[in-house]
Design a protein around this ligand. Sequence first.
Ligand code: B12
Ligand code: SF4
Ligand code: SF4
Length: 410
Amino acid sequence: MNNLPKANLPISSTQQKSAKQISSEPKPASEKKIKVNNSPIFTTTADVKQWIKDQAQALGFADCGFLSVHHPLFAKQIVQLQQWLEKGYEGQLQFMHNNHELRANPDQLVEGAKTIISVRMDYLTQAPTPRTITDNDYPNQGIIARYARGRDYHKTMRSRLKQLALKIEAMLPEWQHLNIGSEQDFIFRPFSDSAPIFERPIADAAGLGWTGKHTLLINKQAGSFFVLGELFISLELPDDKPVKKHCGSCSACIDICPTQAIVAPYELNASACISYLTIEHDGIIDIKYRRAIGNRIFGCDDCQLICPWNRYANLTPVEDFAPRHNLDSSSLLELWQWQEAEFMKKTEGSPLRRTGYVNFLRNIAIGLGNANGNEETITQLQSKLGVHNEMLDVHINWAIAEQYEKLKNL
Ligand code: B12
Ligand code: SF4
Ligand code: SF4
């Protein structure tokens, strides 16, 4: 919880009164937007929300929406989460079992918070070919999910959300006539994938898009290649409305998923998802998934790449997402040769750190097993046999066997 000193002095009660009087006088629409001393007039809470939205966009967020911390969706989501856990879809994601009380009551997460500002940030740095998965055309290349090729988005999101909070705080004296709690101490806290929060359902309810059958949020004007974050604030602002769903009869994401992880519309078996297997899962990856994983060595974008709405996906204005160390075009063999020190250096401040060096090698070994048959690949795979641990050796031996099989059939 943050409780920073106010940037501006609070206005006096007489000033508040006159502000209230001004705001209650009906104005012609043309007059409403006139700026006095470069400061916009705030007649309604809608003006405040629009101002916050403009600031969010200036900070690189594509959009934002507003939702009460007491919204009924939280209780409903807890029930769905429990049903999901009962089916064992979480694999090793132990954190999904924890803090259900906080998930159900986000007001307890940040004491004094009244409203959640849900934000989304686009992350594509290159437009993918619509409705096609070209990643498969380069079997010797290591495919890293598009969100993970640059700086870790968690850091970018949280630091920009904090900047947004400070901008809001500086405006509080201008909003005291609106009765939204701006005369009290301002409390805020930024999050992005960093706490037990239903981020996607919040963004859905706050109108940032609809939940697609692949379980990700999609926006009609911007597709789904964006990450989400939240700014909890103590101001009381009215909820935004959800938008209509537009999946219709499409099932392209379900049909394309290499591991059939989308078991039904809106239902993901995380433990079968390549994103889970290559990022979150520690240890041996079940042999039944290895061929399907192909050359995806960190995360997976297939269900998004095939989605027709991503023809409207926007490129990011945020430089942090620019690929580092050629992570958008490196061959599997190049990455296989990274030593641990190089991995640690090159993944500083990057999401790739999460998987750890040996699991990263495990993923590349699977990729090499799926790459084109090549003697050099076998030699390179053999060079790491017996070097790290038995778990890695299992995948190296599998990859070597796959390579021999391909060479035999050449
Ligand atoms: C755990 C997690 C994962 C897991 C599980 C994903 C999942 N869908 O549950 C794994 C590791 C597999 C994963 C993968 C990815 N993730 Co992830 N992940 C999360 C995390 C931390 C929690 C999600 C969660 O609560 N899952 C639990 C289940 C129960 O929730 P659920 O998906 O909402 O599913 C229920 C609802 O869809 C509900 N439902 C809703 N509507 C309807 C309608 C009907 C009719 C029905 C029946 C049900 C239903 O029913 C489902 C089952 O109960 C969030 C961050 C956060 N704190 O929220 C990021 C998050 C969801 N992930 C994100 C991203 C970007 C990804 C990847 C694209 C990364 C990548 N490229 O590899 C993939 C995409 C895989 C996919 N198809 O979802 C983004 C999504 C952004 C977006 N546009 O929506 C988030 C929000 C992180 C962020 N801050 O931006 N992720
Ligand atoms: S991210 Fe990949 S493996 Fe996971 S559901 Fe989407 S297509 Fe399937
Ligand atoms: S591919 Fe089709 S079904 Fe899947 S999320 Fe996109 S529109 Fe919805």
